[in-house]
Design a protein around this ligand. Structure first.
Ligand SMILES: [Zn+2]
Length: 541
């Protein structure tokens, strides 16, 4: 193979890619912060431009040829650039019409999710408002209405989500894969069998502890709402992704004051808490804070994310959030800024294609490790300024709460994982509503409202626009547990968030190297061991 030819091609391709990637970052940001028709059209336009970069068949064949012969290349860096470019190309292959249609439909559903408001008592409510009702209201009828409203976006997007799944499958089959899921995992450098086994093992190891936890929660909810049957609207999270509010109240349903984590954050400035947290590790976030859009506003995306705009140094990294001074948003802010510090510390002298995170699960690991601080007694005391007196009384609760929340999240992730596996096997199957509820009943032990036959699965935005993604959160949790253990036992010898040494270690071992290595090697090199789910299992004890 002609190394100089490959080098030349990569360099010129990176030059073409850079401005288009930057423009699509800008337009995506504009859409998320304004929700306008014009912004939506711009996203479609830049999406097409981006896809066009990868549409030349001859170029793809050349890249594929080099990729297949890459073992002969001496330079590891060159090999890695080829691997990344090949996978990016492969992920964009397909007939023009299908690719364009997918872009359009994704933009369309995104704007539905952004602009849809469920109705309660005839009034439109934002997701934050619905979440607020489910968190605090004692009125079961109002809760039911809020829960149903939180699912009401399912119907207007259902058909589009199905169509998107069919179109993604078409692209996958044209590329020789059985369906989109198998293709997506392959392009994420994950073996389907390995991941299936890991998820099945997690299901098995979490079943009994989850049953016990669910029993406790149900007992509390039956008393609180004076009901025999615990329905999904009795829970504080619309999908039962989290249970911190339930754990806060378990055992205190005698009417005594609730140890609600939200009150740690009442009147607190989450920007300041975020800044102080990262300052503690010697990681600068002021530049990111200054570019970010952090508070709720009409027309704006109701979710939260971090996005690097292009890859020019100094990096332009931004966070979108709808922050309110409560536990959920404290966790989310720390989480998104975890992504941000990763993005902004990637070694700028790396070649363009390697100036990126090693893997989605790796950046999720950092984000999850940081977000978890919002319920960490040591962080609450030293950074959030919660008094020792309060913490002393609540240490045990915080420990239970953190453990319970991880359990609940893993069970919920398995619902998503199995649902998507079935969806991509046959997006046209007529019983998706049924299948969804079957999984929710089996894995989350949640009784289904009698006669409910609604596309509740389509109310989850990931199913529509971030398909085959959820396992990255699970891998992220496993990685985070292992990494935190490594940082505290072998690097910092104290809580990692109080250690500039830990911050430097993260920069050197994970952030700096960017995408030089895949996710498995990154974990191995950063912690000295391959991914070991044992650390996560340990954290559930
Ligand atoms: Zn994340």
């Amino acid at each position: 193979m002609d190394t100089a030819e490959i080098q030349g091609f990569l360099a010129s391709f990176e030059e073409r890619l850079a401005p288009v990637e930057k423009a699509s970052g800008e337009t995506y940001w504009a859409l998320a912060t304004t929700g306008t028709e014009e912004a939506s059209r711009e996203v479609v336009r830049t999406g097409k431009e981006y896809n066009a970069l990868f549409s030349d068949q001859d170029e793809f064949e050349r890249v594929k040829g080099w990729y297949e012969g890459r073992e002969a290349l001496e330079s590891r860096i060159l090999r890695r650039r080829l691997e990344i470019l090949y996978r990016t190309f492969a992920g964009r292959q397909g007939d023009e019409a299908t690719l364009t249609r997918i872009e359009e439909l994704e933009a369309e559903v995104n704007s539905v999710y952004n602009n849809h408001r469920g109705r309660v008592g005839g009034e439109e409510k934002s997701e934050n408002e619905l979440r607020g009702i489910l968190r605090s209201s004692d009125d079961a009828a109002l809760r039911q209405e809020a829960w149903e409203a939180s699912k009401s976006v399912g119907r207007p997007v259902e058909e589009t989500v199905r169509e998107l799944a069919c179109l993604r499958n078409k692209l996958a089959r044209d590329a020789g894969y059985p369906n989109h899921r198998v293709r997506a995992l392959d392009l994420q450098e994950i073996e389907v069998e390995v991941l299936d086994r890991l998820m099945n093992d997690l299901e098995a190891t979490t079943r009994v502890p989850f049953e016990e936890l669910r029993g406790e929660i149900d007992e509390h909810l039956r008393r609180r709402f004076e009901t025999e049957r615990v329905m999904p609207w009795h829970l504080s999270d619309p999908f039962f992704q989290s249970c911190t509010h339930e754990i806060a109240a378990v055992g205190r349903s005698d009417g005594g004051p609730r140890a609600d984590a939200d009150r740690y954050f009442e009147g607190k400035d989450l920007r300041a808490l975020t800044r102080e947290t990262y300052d503690g590790m010697g990681l600068e976030v002021r530049d990111v804070l200054a570019r970010s859009d952090l508070y709720e506003r009409p027309g704006k995306s109701q979710h939260a994310f971090c996005i690097p705009i292009g890859r020019d140094y100094p990096y332009d990294v931004r966070v979108l959030a709808n922050a309110e001074p409560d536990a959920y948003w404290a966790d989310t802010m720390l989480h998104e800024f975890g992504h941000a510090v990763y993005d902004k510390h990637i070694n700028p002298s790396l070649p363009y294609l390697l100036r990126s995170v090693a893997h989605t699960s790796t950046t999720e690991a950092i984000a999850l490790m940081m977000g978890a601080l919002a319920s960490d007694p040591a962080w609450l005391s030293s950074v959030a300024g919660v008094s020792e007196e309060v913490l002393e009384a609540e240490r045990d609760y915080l420990h239970r709460s953190t453990r319970a929340d991880k359990l609940v999240f893993v069970r919920w992730s398995i619902v998503m994982y199995r649902f998507e596996a079935a969806l991509y096997e046959d997006p046209d199957r007529g019983d998706l509503n049924e299948l969804w509820w079957h999984l929710v009943e089996d894995l989350q032990l949640q009784e289904r409202p009698s006669g409910r036959d609604e596309p509740d699965w389509a109310a989850k935005i990931h199913v529509a626009v971030a398909p085959i993604y959820y396992h990255n959160y699970v891998l992220g949790h496993l990685t985070a547990a292992q990494l935190r253990h490594h940082l505290e036992e072998r690097v910092a010898s104290k809580p990692f968030f109080q250690s500039e040494t830990a911050g430097r270690y993260l920069q050197e071992a994970i952030f700096g190297p960017g995408a030089r290595e895949g996710w498995e090697e990154t974990i191995l090199h950063a912690t000295g061991e391959k991914l070991d789910p044992g650390y996560f299992a340990e954290s559930l004890r």
